[in-house]
Design a protein around this ligand. Sequence first.
Ligand code: ITT
Length: 209
Amino acid sequence: MSARQITGRLVIATHNPGKLWELQQLLAPHGVDAVSAGDLGLSEPEETETSFSGNALLKARAAATAANLPAFADDSGLCVDALGDEPGVYSARWAGEGRDFSAAIRRVERELAERGATPPFRAHFTCALAVVWPDGHVEQFEGRVDGVLVFPPRGEKGFGYDPIFLPDGLERTFGEMMSAEKHALPSDGSQALSHRARAFQALARACLA
Ligand code: ITT
């Protein structure tokens, strides 16, 4: 069965400005009328699920119900092999109430040291995307990018854990890349770089004109 198409207005159910920016850039060429959850004054649901896809669905469902519009949510995070895939779905929570990602990055480094881990510190970012329509219809997609963590952090660009993530095969961290490079969608259809752009490629193939 083919996927349902996204047309007209779409709520981007995120309160994270870095994600919102990337998702808006990804949606822009498709002529979608995207409005953010913040602009609509929607509240942020508690992320009670234990998987990225479960939390993406929960966030999209809450926004679709509150706004009575199709809603698009992203749940993502950094999974570190030597930390048993933590912080994973707790990636935002490691930054605390004040969303201090320098502190979250220091915690990753400290926990690696406490567990006696040695480089290379293998890790991946995962992104789960969910689109939910007001009638309850759901479409879901996932993307992942593998790499290693580097300390000290490198670069001021991007957001979250970008300055410590060095994708496989490249010499610059996500924090050293322009946002467009991180989330670019190659015009020849080859694989995008970031977890979010990879998940978005799957979504665009299925649900966007
Ligand atoms: P919303 O739930 O409102 O979308 P959030 O920041 O709480 O915002 P998540 O629960 O999905 O989002 O947390 C994911 C965290 O993982 C996020 O806060 C980032 O710090 C980190 N993360 C996800 N994608 C990232 C990326 O592309 N680059 C750097 N860090 C990323």
